[in-house]
Design a protein around this ligand. Structure first.
Ligand code: CP
Ligand code: NVA
Length: 308
């Protein structure tokens, strides 16, 4: 099935082959940009970017991606829209479908994203929900492939909150691509049974022991302990996660010598990661952030054009 016209809400909707198609296109866009070659496949296309939560990377990288591909973007916070006064998600989706060629949404509730996508007749892209962050994980896969040469025979370790949008999407991606993933998370913040059951992959292991997860890992990943919307749980979460689940030099020493450290950002230095790791020899976080631009260009290109 062609990618044109489809939605990307969780990564579950893509086959492994489609993931690689997007990564290959992202790599091409990255190489072309380095050589100042900017084709304009989105000429005359408009993309709406709607945010219910703050964003630095997603918003700016999408706006730049759309501009560099020759398209137009319209960015709105949902509080500026009639949505905030009770217009339904479905009616908003129907109206937007008459104006723009695609919509990127950052929502508090994944259910609202699914309602929007069901009512819309244009491609809908998840710019982060409480459950999934597919654009992030596509950029992460591009980063791992660049640094490790391929996406085979790798052990990925996730340390910290295993019950958030980024962890959930990583689980989906690792199951799809048969990547070995070990998540070290305290009991209350382990991945939801339904998520693990849905992917039913033997290559996904959950432990409470960060050393076990990181031992011989090629990639060590973490994320904030307090995702957007969980601020009221801050003290309780920090008590559970710290100090055991902090990625520091001692923990990184358990990984392979050439292991890389990844973080979707924003980082909370001194909480889930120390300065010495995020600024140290393992860290690829700036490349990872840059790759948001290239993978999102690839997503837009495939969802909006006939490019194969
Ligand atoms: N990683 C990420 O999605 O960052 P923003 O919240 O800044 O968009
Ligand atoms: N898990 C984090 C990701 C931020 C990009 C959050 O939802 O806040």
């Amino acid at each position: 099935m062609p990618l044109k016209g489809r939605d990307i809400l969780s990564l579950k909707e893509l086959t492994a082959e489609e993931v690689f198609t997007i990564l290959d296109t992202a790599e091409r866009f990255k190489n072309e940009r380095r050589r100042s070659i900017l084709n304009k496949p989105l000429t005359d296309k408009t993309v709406a970017l709607i945010f219910e939560k703050p964003s630095t990377r997603t918003r700016i990288s999408f706006e730049v991606a759309i501009k560099e591909l020759g398209g137009n973007s319209i960015t709105l916070h949902s509080s500026e829209m009639q949505l905030s006064r009770g217009e339904s998600v479905e009616d908003t989706a129907r109206v937007l479908s008459r104006y723009v060629d695609a919509a990127v949404l950052r929502v508090a509730s994944h259910k609202d994203l699914v309602r929007f996508a069901d009512a819309a007749s244009i491609p809908v892209i998840n710019g982060l929900s409480d459950l999934y962050h597919p654009c992030q994980i596509l950029a992460d896969l591009q980063t791992i492939r660049e640094r490790k040469g391929s996406l085979t025979n790798l052990k990925i370790a996730w340390v910290g909150d295993g019950d958030n949008n980024v962890a959930n999407t990583l689980i989906v991606a690792c199951a799809k691509l048969a990547l070995k993933l070990t998540l070290a998370c305290p009991k209350p913040y382990q991945p939801k049974k339904e998520i693990l059951k849905e992917v039913a992959a033997a290559n996904i292991v959950v432990t409470e022991n960060p050393i076990e997860a990181v031992s011989d890992a090629d990639v060590v990943m973490t994320d904030t302990f307090i995702s957007m919307g969980k601020e009221s749980e801050r003290n309780q979460r920090l008590r559970v996660f710290l100090p055991k689940y902090q990625v520091n030099e001692r923990l990184m020493a358990q990984a392979k010598r050439d292991a890389i450290f990844m973080h979707c950002l924003p980082a909370h230095r001194g909480e889930e990661v120390t300065d010495s790791v995020i600024d140290g020899r393992w860290s690829v976080v700036w490349e990872e952030a840059e790759n948001r631009l290239h993978t999102q260009k690839a997503i837009l290109y495939h969802l909006l054009t006939n490019g194969k």
